[in-house]
Design a protein around this ligand. Sequence first.
Ligand SMILES: [Zn+2]
Length: 481
Amino acid sequence: MEKVEVSVNKEGGIMKTMTQNNRRNYFSLLVIAFCSSSSVYSQELNYDHPDKKKFTSTVIFQNGEEKMMNGYGEVIYGEEYFSRPLAERVDLGYTYVVSSRGVNYPEKSNEENTGVRFNITFKDVILGNGTGFDDPTYGSQRRDALSAAFRYFSDIINNSGQADVQIDPSFFQNISPGSTPPLATSVAPSNASRGFNDCLAFRHLNSGTDPSNSLPDGILSFNFGNNINYNYDYSGAPTNSQYDFYTVAIHEIMHMLGFTSYCNADGTSQAANNVFTAFDEFLLNPSYSPLLVTSGSGSGLTVAVPQASYLTSNDLWFDNLNGVSTPVYAPSTFSAASIDHFDNLRSTDKFVMNYSLSKGEYYRYLHQDEANALVRLGYDINISMATAVEDLPQSNSDARIYPNPATSGEGVKINLQGVNKPEILVVVYDMLGRVSYSKVVMNKGSGPLTAIDPHNNLAPGMYIVIGSSKDELFNQKLVIE
Ligand SMILES: [Zn+2]
């Protein structure tokens, strides 16, 4: 039996109503915007592959060579093209260079960028296999959507290094009765030192020094089974029958950045004895004490094996910033997804790092706790850009949108002071009534301030901004100069 669930999708419901009608004129849009959310029929798929050991990787030094080894002791090989000049790989279309300036800008280069840079190498394209990211019909949309997801991380990570990402050949598993295939795989290699290890992506992004010239800093792979209907349009919402590819990409990149655990069901490590991830260091047991306790140091350091029942207690936590404990997925039956995710069922909020994704469900930003988790892992994160939520300013509660006029690239904010609705749909229309930008804003009580178009895609011109929930809240002209 396929698992079919009926749920109200907070984001997808309203969004779909809006985008379906985006050719109508502004006044009918206004009316439609005030309709309440609708239900979504959603089939959940797990994000990640069920054989986690296969995608757990540590770097070892063997016969004078650096190699990666998975949890079964099998060697994982890096792409030989990593040793070729970057400009050549970009010219061949094998590698996309993604920075906050865009894709392959500045061209092919080692020029200075603000923020981090991801060098994404597509094995489908190198192989010319005509499938996945090399598919003649969908390949470019897939590469663009994945690049956009990396671009998001370029925008929010303030460190100045880079990461070499290998996109392994795509795989093709269909949804069938009794089979719910994973959407993707992610590998975050790290060293196998005793204690808590930073992954290679973190080390390269943080220090700018490549931990290994011959090995990738992370490996991703995606399932393009032909009956998995993806939405590749990251500026629009998926339909109720689509899985959102950008959301899957954000999720897998988070794992690659170090949001992952080595914990086995019995509390030992998938990698090696006493070897855990940086993420593992922040796990809390049901008493809110560290799950994994170290003693000694250096080669004598040990990590005590925790009480195994904790791993299936439904009561593990991530010791997040500011004393916040975020629920960690630890269901009563241990699975590959256990400990590697946050848990929507134990929260009133929704996380992109939940273990599964439903049709029609999508995220364009991290939850505050997820952005904060990256800070915990050591990254320098622009939290307001990551979550599109900032603290409320003290004035101007009547002017909902400011600055206005805004300069292109400035970032436009919305003041939700005095608004009590839990979520607000913000839609920006151009003067022809076309949707230029839309987002559901979670109103977290004390009056959040939300950036419109943090990626600065709005061209100069005049726009109508409508903020709505079940009642009209506001509509206002916005000028981008
Ligand atoms: Zn996952």
